[in-house]
Design a protein around this ligand. Sequence first.
Ligand SMILES: NC(=O)c1ccc[n+]([C@@H]2O[C@H](COP(=O)([O-])OP(=O)(O)OC[C@H]3O[C@@H](n4cnc5c(N)ncnc54)[C@H](O)[C@@H]3O)[C@@H](O)[C@H]2O)c1
Length: 450
Amino acid sequence: MKPHRFAFVGTGGRAISFIEPLVTRYREHNTLVAFCDLSPARMAYYNAKLTGAWSPPAVPAYPADRFDDLLRDTKPDTVFVCSKDSTHHHYIIRALRAGCDVITEKPLTIDAEKCRAILDAQRITGGRVRVAFNYRWGPFRTKVKELIADGTIGRVHSVNLEYLLDTHHGADYFRRWHAHADESGTLLVHKSTHHFDLVNWWLDAIPAQVFAYGDLVFYGRKNAEARGDGHLAAYPRYTGEPRAKDDPFRIDLDESEAFRGLYRAGEADSGYLRDRNVFRDDIDIYDQMSLNVRYRTGEVLNYSLIAYSPREGMRVTFNGDRGRIEYSEFIGTHMNRAVSPGDFAVEAKPGAEAEGESIRVFPHFQPGYDVPLPPATGAHGGADDILTHSFFSPDAPNTDPWGRFAGHEQGAASILVGIAARDSIRGQWPVTLTDLVLFAPGKTRLSELT
Ligand SMILES: NC(=O)c1ccc[n+]([C@@H]2O[C@H](COP(=O)([O-])OP(=O)(O)OC[C@H]3O[C@@H](n4cnc5c(N)ncnc54)[C@H](O)[C@@H]3O)[C@@H](O)[C@H]2O)c1
């Protein structure tokens, strides 16, 4: 069998999770053919890994404005998009037009116009688009899916999902491009796309309408000054700043080989500073978001995301007409440190101690019970390994009993909740998703969507 040819767009911190397994564990059946990024230094970092510890040879490195040359010269079968969120559509559409399939990191894209353009390009070209929703592949989240699909609590009518990002991992979004709505779509798209996708998938439902509130109450200069923390806003970035020595929000880009090679070395050629002060002026995303979603099939989701919590994790409760499921995962905190999947580690931070996962079922008129949990180790609760296998292994089945493969339509069903929430916050009215993008007309179940 001819090896499958992959090109990678976006050689930042996340890409290592896929590039390393591709060129090591899965090299027999796959070939890496090229990189594309804004930063030659970041691509050189990955090429040095290839010629060093991984698997030579180095591959051609194309600057962002030469992506079409990459497609023509290296003829990838699949383009793997791992770049900044606001650039995904650009690469997805051009890769599809060149006859490639696409795997894209979440979110599919960040606004309605770009979403329509992706759906149009897919319809015209017929190429396959997969969204790397790794949350679905976490074994304990799959267990929740199994319980709901088996009717353990009857038909589910409502869900409460509270997600907490802490002042370690959560703060990291406020240091870099994620803090700008036009680059990340806000956390309602960048981060919540995982959570909206989980609920869509758990319920096998398609979201219809959203009403939301969102505020910036913790990060940003004004908030720091208002609570007497103005001294934490006194410098533009953390690395090399003596005044930041005792700052709990500090990160040091000189601390690791990966940070130095990817981010310090790439500052000059891309202008990207990865350690900007979380209490600076130009942050225009929310750190506290609450919303309600109504699904086409009538269910309701109550959702909240806080990005300044002392703890990291989520609680989800499902109310069914035969009982209730309470699911929680407090599996500690970690920040993307651009390390190999094998070196992933939960970080020791006060207040973020891991308490583990639990699933409790409370049937009507019967005692509640704990559901035994499947084992899960590794990055993102074991999800990354299983997802990577599904991308790169020739033995990976094409169908999945739990419907974990997500295509462009399922990717759209998730981001549109966050995009609608942004509009709702601005306008203070409920927003209907199909007013933004006319997707999946006549369909009622997520599993009917690609
Ligand atoms: N599923 C997950 O668990 C998970 C975790 C982290 C990141 N991600 C996703 O992975 C992607 C990358 O995130 P990251 O943490 O690696 O960020 P990063 O900032 O470390 O890397 C982003 C890369 O995109 C490049 N880039 C920016 N603009 C570009 C352009 N116009 N063309 C080509 N490249 C461009 C940057 O130079 C950088 O190398 C994002 O879409 C993010 O949402 C997913």
